[in-house]
Design a binder for this molecule. Structure first.
Ligand SMILES: Cc1cc2nc3c(=O)[nH]c(=O)nc-3n(C[C@H](O)[C@H](O)[C@H](O)COP(=O)(O)O)c2cc1C
Length: 209
C-alpha cells in the first residue's frame, strides 16, 4: 500500500489557503486511489522545537548523555522514519517574511542528518531519500514567480534545495500567489492552484499506469 505524508505549517487553521489546498490534494489523491494510506503531521499543533545545543549534539551522531539529547534524537528518528515510509510527500508552505515558516524549517533541521538522509561522498553530497515524489503547495500574498519580486523569493528555492539535498528531486510546486491583491485575484489564484493540483495528480496517475 502506498503512503502519503502530509505536512501542514500554516498558523491560520481553516482559513489557511495552503491548508485548503492540502485538503484538495488529499481528496483528489484519495479519489484516484482509495487504498492510499495518509500520515498527517501538523507542525502548528505539534511543533518541532528549534535546534539547541543538546539537539545538535545528538543529531550529529554523539551518544546521548542526557534526557534532552535522547528526546531530540527520538524525535528526529521518528520524523525520518515517517519520511522514509512515504512514497509521496505533500507539504503546505505559506510564505512568511519571504521564506517558509520557521516551524517547517525546524522540521527540515531534524530531518537532514548526515549518514541517514544524506551523506558526503568523494563526488560531493548525496541524498539518501530516494524514489519519492513531492507536491509542495506555496501560498503567498505577493507575486514571486515572475516580475521584480522574483529575487526576494527565499521560499521556493530554499525548499527545492532542501528536498534535493536529501534526494527528493521529483517535486511539483503549486503556487497560490497574489493572495493579498484583493478578493478577485485571491479567488483566481486559489482556483488556478486547485486546477494545477488536479492536473498534477492526473498526470502522476497516467505515469504510474
Ligand atoms: C507572519 C506573516 C508573514 C508574511 N510574509 C509574507 C511575505 O513576506 N510575502 C508575501 O507575499 N506574503 C506574506 N504573508 C502573507 C501570506 O503568505 C499569505 O497570507 C498566505 O496566504 C499564507 O498562507 P496560508 O493562507 O496557507 O496561511 C505573510 C503572512 C504572515 C502571517
Amino acid at each position: 500500500m502506498s503512503t502519503v505524508l502530509v505536512i501542514a505549517s500554516s498558523v491560520l487553521g481553516v482559513s489557511s489557503v495552503s491548508n485548503q489546498l492540502i485538503e484538495e490534494t488529499v481528496t483528489r489523491l484519495r479519489s484516484q486511489d482509495p487504498q492510499l494510506r495518509f500520515v498527517f503531521r501538523n507542525l502548528i499543533r505539534s511543533p518541532v522545537p528549534h535546534l539547541d545545543e543538546d539537539a545538535v549534539t545528538a543529531l550529529r551522531g554523539a551518544e546521548p548523555t542526557n534526557h534532552a539529547q535522547l528526546t531530540a534524537l527520538n524525535l528526529s528518528n521518528d520524523l525520518i522514519a515517517e519520511l522514509q515510509a512515504a512514497d509521496t510527500i505533500v507539504i503546505g508552505a505559506p510564505m512568511y517574511n519571504f521564506g517558509m515558516p520557521s516551524t517547517l524549517k525546524a522540521w527540515f533541521d531534524y530531518v537532514l542528518r548526515a549518514g541517514i538522509t544524506f551523506r558526503y561522498s568523494e563526488s560531493g553530497p548525496e541524498g539518501l531519500v530516494k524514489g519519492k515524489r513531492a507536491i509542495v503547495i506555496l501560498s503567498r500574498g505577493g507575486l514571486y514567480s515572475e516580475g521584480t519580486a522574483q529575487a526576494l523569493d527565499s521560499q521556493e528555492p530554499h525548499l527545492r534545495n532542501l528536498l534535493a539535498f536529501i534526494g527528493i528531486t521529483d517535486v511539483t510546486f503549486i503556487r497560490a500567489e497574489k493572495l493579498a491583491f484583493g478578493p478577485e485575484a485571491r479567488e483566481q489564484a486559489i482556483d488556478a492552484a486547485r486546477q494545477q493540483i488536479g492536473e498534477t495528480i492526473r498526470e502522476a496517475c497516467r505515469r504510474a499506469a
